[in-house]
Every structure is written in C-alpha cells, then in structure tokens.
Design a protein around this ligand. Structure first.
Ligand SMILES: Cc1cc2nc3c(=O)[nH]c(=O)nc-3n(C[C@H](O)[C@H](O)[C@H](O)COP(=O)(O)OP(=O)(O)OC[C@H]3O[C@@H](n4cnc5c(N)ncnc54)[C@H](O)[C@@H]3O)c2cc1C
Ligand SMILES: *[C@@H]1O[C@H](CO)[C@@H](O)[C@H](O)[C@H]1NC(C)=O
Ligand SMILES: *[C@@H]1O[C@H](CO)[C@@H](O)[C@H](O)[C@H]1NC(C)=O
Length: 687
C-alpha cells in the first residue's frame, strides 16, 4: 500500500511534468555569454553595479527576436572581456512573471536594447540602443555611450579610462595604479573606436593600463602613420610602434603579443551578484472592477449561447482545422500580457483597445463564460476615463474573472503548436483570431445595411499598431494597411480577402526565415492540396478562396479540442451548452482511459493522434501514454481502497486526476491539489 501510494505520487508528478511543460522558450541558455535575467533577479543584478549594462528585452515568440538572437550572442561573445565596464544581459518579456519589469522600462516592442550606466537605480529607464545585425556597430554604440557617461561622471571606478589622455606620455605613471607594469598609449585620430575597443578588451589585465591619446597635428609629425602605440615600462623606457593595425581585433592582438598577455590571465568573474530581491508585488485596490454584472452586450447574439455546434466536438478534423484553444490562448496573451504591459494606455491606444474589445465581444465566437468576460472587460475599458494603467488593468482582469466569466489560462497550442517551443504559438494564434473575426463579422452582419466593412479590419489594425509586441511585424502590417486597406475594402467580403492577401504577403516574405518552423513551411494559403478548387494552375481563384475561408473560419467549424474545461455552471439558459461540453468531456475521457485489450490499438492510435498535435515526439508520447495507463490503473485501485477505508467525503476527485467519473460511481470530482494531497496524507499515515 505504501509503495503504491508513493508510486502514484511519483507517476502523477511525472505525468504533470511531461504533459504540462509549456513554459515560454528562452532564446538563450547558460552556454551563451549573456546574463539571463528574470523578474526574480533583474533589479538585484542590474541595480547598483559598478559596471554598466546593455540588456536586450526580447520576446521568445517574436520572429525578429528569434532571428536576432544569434547576433546578440555573437555580440555578447565579442564584448565578453569588457565586463569590468559593461555586461550583456537578456530578459524574456513573453514570460508572464516578467511583465512588471518590462512594463517599468516601457518596453512594448521587441527586441528593445537598453543601456544602463553604472549604479543604476529605480526610475532610471536607461538609453535605448538601435539594434543592428553588424556587431561592430553595436560595439561602437556601446563605446560612445560609455565615453559620454564617463565624461559626465556617470561611470565608476571599475571602468577602464576611456577619456583621452591629455598629458605628456612620460607622465603616464602618475595616473596609473601600482599594480600596473606596462603602460600603453595608443595615439590615434579622434573618436577611434579601434583604440577604445582595445582599451576595453585589455581592461581586465591588471598589469596593463591602456590609454588613448588623440592625435594632434604635431603628433602626426612625431609619430608618422597612425595609430601609433607607445609602450612604457616602470623604468621609463619607451618604445614606439608606428602604423599599428587600425582595427580593434588586430590592435588588441598586437598589444597582447607585444606584452605577452593571454586570456588565461584574466580574472574569473562571476555574473551573479548573490543578492536577493523581493519578488512580491504590491496588490492594489481595484475600484469599480467586478462589481455586479454588467449589462450584456449583444446578448441576442451571444456566441455559442445554446447552439454549440456538434463539429466543435467532432473527432473528425477537417484539413486546416481551426482550434478554439489557439484563439483563447491568443486572446489571453493579448489582453493579459501585451495590453497590460503598457504603463499607461490613453488617447489613440485606448480607443484602439476599446474598438478591439468591441469587435471581440461582437464577432468572436466564444464560449459563454469567455464571452461574458470579454463583455465585462469591454465595459470596463470604455467607462473608466481617458487613461488606464497597465498594472491596474492586470488587476482588473483578475478581478473580473469568476465562475461564469473566464479568460482561459494558457493551454498547450493545438493548431499553432510548433515543432520547438520558440516556433509558432502566439503570432499564429493571433492571425487565426484575426481571420476568425473578419469571417464571422461578415457571416453575422455582412448583409445588414448598417454593417461597416472596414470596422473589423480597423480594430485589428489598431491592436497591431498599439499592442502587438513584435515591432517589425507591427510596422510591416501598418505599412501594408496604409497602402490599400481603407481604399480597397468596400463591401463586406473585402475585409476577409484583404487580410488573407496580407497574410499571404507575410508568408511570402518569411519563406526561409529563421522564425520559420521547419515542420510548417511558409506557403501560400490555402495550399493546393487542402483546397484544390482554390487554384487554377498557378493562380488562386479569389472567389473559391473566399468560400473556403468562410468554411474553415466559421463559428460552427471550430474545434474545441484542448480547451480549458470551464466547470462551474453557467446561467440557466446556457445549461445546455455546459451539458454538451460535459458530455463531450466524459465521452472523450472514457474513450482514452478505458483499458480494453481488444481496442487498445485503436485507442492508442487515437490518443497518439491527439497528443501528436501537441507536438510530442514519439518517446514523449509513449512515456505519456504509458504513465497515463499505469497511473490510471494504480490511482483507481488505490483510490477505491482509500475510499473504502477512510470514507472520504471529498467529492470530485477523479476528474481533476483526469480519470473517468462515469465508470466509478463511488468517486467524485475535486481539484488536482486535493487529489495529490490526499494521497500524500495517506502515504504519510501509512508510514
Ligand atoms: C499581424 C501580424 C504581422 C506579422 N508580421 C510579421 C513580420 O513582419 N515578420 C515576421 O517575422 N513575422 C511576422 N508575423 C509572424 C508570422 O506571420 C507568423 O505568425 C509566425 O511566423 C508563425 O507562423 P506560422 O507558421 O505559425 O503560421 P502563421 O503565418 O502564423 O499562420 C497561422 C495559420 O493561419 C493560416 N493561414 C496562413 N496563411 C493564411 C492566409 N493567407 N489566410 C488565412 N489563413 C492563413 C494557416 O492555417 C496557418 O497555420 C506577423 C504576425 C502577425 C499576427
Ligand atoms: C543552448 O542552446 C544551444 C542552441 O542555441 C543548444 O545547442 C545547446 O544544447 C543548449 N545548451 C543547453 C545547456 O541547454
Ligand atoms: C535569474 O533567474 C533565472 C531563473 O531562476 C536564472 O536562470 C538566471 O541565471 C538568474 N540570473 C541571475 C543573474 O541570477
């Protein structure tokens, strides 16, 4: 019994680990020369240090960040030896926990690079640096920043001296520390980044002091061809080398060779500061949020009110199947992450948010609880003055949630699942959401006299312009919109087609890009194989495409596979919806759980298929299925005994443990927490 209980706990935790690890994919790891920062250590690492910092704020799903990451790694490697003066960091703003940090630096577009001088403290928002694919350019930018800051007395004692040396070369020993054995003066033209780079490169060797001297007219006479390097030892002996290399790398190598330096002499430095920060964020009072039920908007057309389509649950999936879970994930991330990341939302941005929410409430096919949540948030956003604070809105979003008002938690992507965590996901879900919006606005209201064909597209544009964090995506989309969106969208269907065409232009541009998932190549949509009738030779037939888009993105065509179960009863008129959902859940569970020899092949095949769309490799799947099977049997066995022995009154055990509640009359549902802890208690008792 003891062994069984332990096994159950172990298997359960294994199962949770293998099936629910879908955290954001960091684009960097410990093998890179960057300091990885997050909410728990950003301030403790960055604040108050002697060295300056150059930090990339990125988002792991953003295509340009994926593309830029290798460059940033190279840059970090290139300036690794500068850490006495400046260190390179990264923080992933796609991770929910990091929102407050990214918000406080008003980072809303990725990637953003920010430079901080020494002794940074709260309130210092740093200096933004333009990203470049040429690491030398970024190095120059950093050097200019350091030179300026040091000149303005914002450097620190650990920095190398980048300021031009003004005195006679023979006086150099009055300015350098005792540990120095060799002084080096590089005489070069003003603003020589080769000289500055070399000074930074050699700043870690305590036996050497390198300075830069701006060449004056008379120096040219004295030294001949520049840069010249003057080596002075403690005895005062000077050696002048004219015509030294004029680029950083060669100049550094030249000096190192001359002085017999090698990188092994550099002191080992650790990035970690060891200080702990308090990660707790202050809770704020929410005024007026969540009080009472707002009137329902558009209640006569409440999405999926009581007409959940059978297709929602059908095991059969069409080609290009669209999944509700991808839409819900995208909406959750858009509202709960991107929007609330803004420090303050006002003016055009606030109007854009209101418009986008209005379109979501009106046209997004949504489950009743999700729809109610969106309605509440829309109402809140349009009745609370001319500015909203992101931080406050995050709390509002929390407070607006209730049993029948839900912004679903992130679930594993289904249609938008990438072959690696950094691929697909959010931007894919957002596209899907946009297509679903354009299609369903036309299906619902396209025939109405008052329908404005531009409305949905404008709302999408407003969201992308003000909130979509992928900077380049947003800029491209705005540019594309500016060309012809307003002028070419005149009748209802135009909106659907404009977005389809625009999306295809993006697909075309991104072919072969670093953000392209090798398992989901960028192609013109729909493909010839999924919609043969859409193609006429090598051209697409818009009329057929329109029909096709209206089919796949229609409310009735969406699959609910993988969506979060919303358990609590909704209002009476929606009981039917819930019933349907529940029935479906039960059927699905019994199907996958039943251990039936005869059908095991079939069942395994089924569950493999459903797991496979989550993108596991075969080993993962076998492990998952195997663990699932074993733990199911064990849990059932153990639980029967537990129930008999202890007459547990707690209900709802098995559902949370993902077990059938139809086959076992005696057991009921409960939270997974209760499930684990009761087993836990039990095993302790046994001991
Ligand atoms: C508004 C916007 C602009 C973007 N701009 C850029 C950019 O400039 N640079 C960049 O690197 N990334 C950009 N992205 C991200 C990029 O387009 C992809 O979303 C991302 O690379 C993930 O690609 P994916 O393979 O999941 O398919 P996605 O392109 O995200 O498409 C998702 C799904 O939509 C369907 N689909 C594909 N094409 C069409 C179509 N023409 N009409 C209807 N349905 C279609 C397919 O089922 C596809 O699987 C943008 C994203 C958005 C939302
Ligand atoms: C770090 O990431 C690189 C790819 O960027 C990968 O090859 C390597 O295995 C990773 N290392 C660790 C320790 O995760
Ligand atoms: C910050 O915390 C993350 C996650 O715990 C860790 O990976 C990273 O190394 C830490 N960075 C520093 C500088 O402590």
């Amino acid at each position: 019994m003891k062994a069984y209980s332990a096994a159950v706990v172990l298997l359960l935790s294994l199962e949770f680990c293998s099936c629910f690890l879908f955290s954001a994919a960091s684009l960097y790891n410990s093998t890179d020369d960057v300091v990885i920062l997050d909410y728990s250590n950003f301030t403790s690492t960055i604040y108050g240090t002697e060295n300056a910092w150059v930090v990339e704020f990125y988002s792991s799903w953003c295509g340009h960040c994926i593309e830029f990451a290798p460059t940033w790694k190279l840059f970090a490697k290139d300036v690794k030896d500068w850490e006495h003066t400046v260190k390179v960091g990264v923080i992933d703003c796609a991770a929910d926990e990091n929102i407050p940090i990214c918000r406080s630096y008003e980072v809303m577009a990725y990637p953003t690079i920010i430079l901080f001088a020494a002794h940074t403290s709260k309130g210092d928002t740093g200096t933004e640096m333009r990203q470049s694919l040429i690491i030398e350019d970024m190095g120059k930018f950093v050097i200019d920043f350091l030179v300026e800051k040091q000149k303005a007395n914002n450097g620190s004692s650990s920095w190398v001296n980048l300021q031009p040396y003004q005195h006679a070369i023979s006086d150099i020993w009055t300015e350098v520390p005792k540990s120095v054995e060799h002084s080096v003066v590089i005489v070069a033209s003003a603003k020589s980044s080769a000289a500055w780079g070399t000074i930074l490169d050699l700043g870690g060797y305590s036996s050497v002091a390198v300075r830069f001297k701006e060449a004056k007219a008379e120096d040219t006479k004295e030294f001949g061809s520049l840069p010249s390097v003057v080596f002075i030892d403690r005895t005062g002996k000077e050696e002048v080398v004219n015509g030294a290399p004029n680029n950083r790398k060669e100049l550094t190598e030249f000096v190192m060779k001359k002085l017999g330096l090698n990188r092994g002499m550099l002191p080992y430095k650790t990035h970690l500061s060891g200080r702990k920060s308090d990660a707790t964020t202050r809770k704020e009072d929410i005024e007026g949020a969540g009080d009472g039920q707002p009137e329902e908007i558009n209640s006569d057309k409440l999405n999926y009110e009581d007409d959940l389509p059978d297709t929602a649950f059908a095991g059969v999936e069409r080609k290009d199947q669209v999944y509700m879970v991808d839409i819900e994930n995208a909406i959750s991330y858009a509202l709960g992450h991107e929007v609330v990341q803004h420090k303050v939302i006002r003016g055009e941005a606030l109007v854009s948010l209101q418009d986008f929410l209005e379109v979501l409430v009106t046209y997004l096919p949504a489950r009743p609880a999700v729809h109610l949540f969106l309605s509440k948030l829309y109402k809140y956003s349009s009745t609370h003055g001319d500015s909203l604070e992101g931080k406050h809105l995050a709390e509002v979003i929390k407070s607006l949630q209730g049993p029948d008002s839900v912004l679903p938690d992130h679930q594993p992507w289904v249609g938008c699942h990438g072959s690696e965590p950094k691929f697909r996901g959010y931007p894919c879900g957002l596209w899907i959401t946009f297509h679903v919006l354009t299609v369903n606005s036309v299906l619902q209201d396209g025939n109405s006299d008052v329908y404005n064909p531009k409305k949905t597209l404008r709302a999408i544009h407003g969201y992308v312009k003000h909130f979509f964090g992928c900077k380049h995506c947003s800029e491209h989309f705005q540019a594309m919109y500016a060309v012809d969106a307003e002028s070419s969208v005149n009748v209802a269907d135009d909106g659907i087609l404009w977005l389809w065409r625009g999306h295809n232009k993006v697909n075309e541009r991104l072919k072969g890009d670093a953000s392209e998932d090798p398992k989901h190549l960028k192609q013109q949509f729909p493909s010839k194989s999924t919609c043969p009738s859409c193609w006429n030779g090598n051209t697409m037939k818009e009329k057929e495409v329109l029909v096709y888009l209206k089919q796949i993105y229609a409310k009735g065509a969406l699959s609910f596979k993988g969506t979060q179960t919303i358990t609590t009863p909704v209002r009476n008129k929606q009981a039917k919806v819930k019933e349907a959902l529940d029935r479906h859940e039960k059927v699905k569970k019994v199907e996958t759980m039943t251990v039936n020899k005869k059908h095991s092949d079939f069942i395994q095949d089924q569950s493999l298929r459903s797991l496979n769309t989550w993108g596991f490799n075969t080993t993962d799947i076998s492990l998952c299925v195997f663990l699932y099977g074993i733990s199911t049997v064990i849990i059932m066995g153990v639980y029967c005994m537990v129930v008999i022995r202890r007459k547990i009154r707690r209900r709802r055990f098995l559902e949370a443990c993902k077990l059938p509640n139809t086959t076992e009359k005696r057991v009921n549902q409960g939270s997974s927490h209760e499930c684990i802890s009761s087993i836990d208690n039990h095993s302790k008792e046994e001991k």
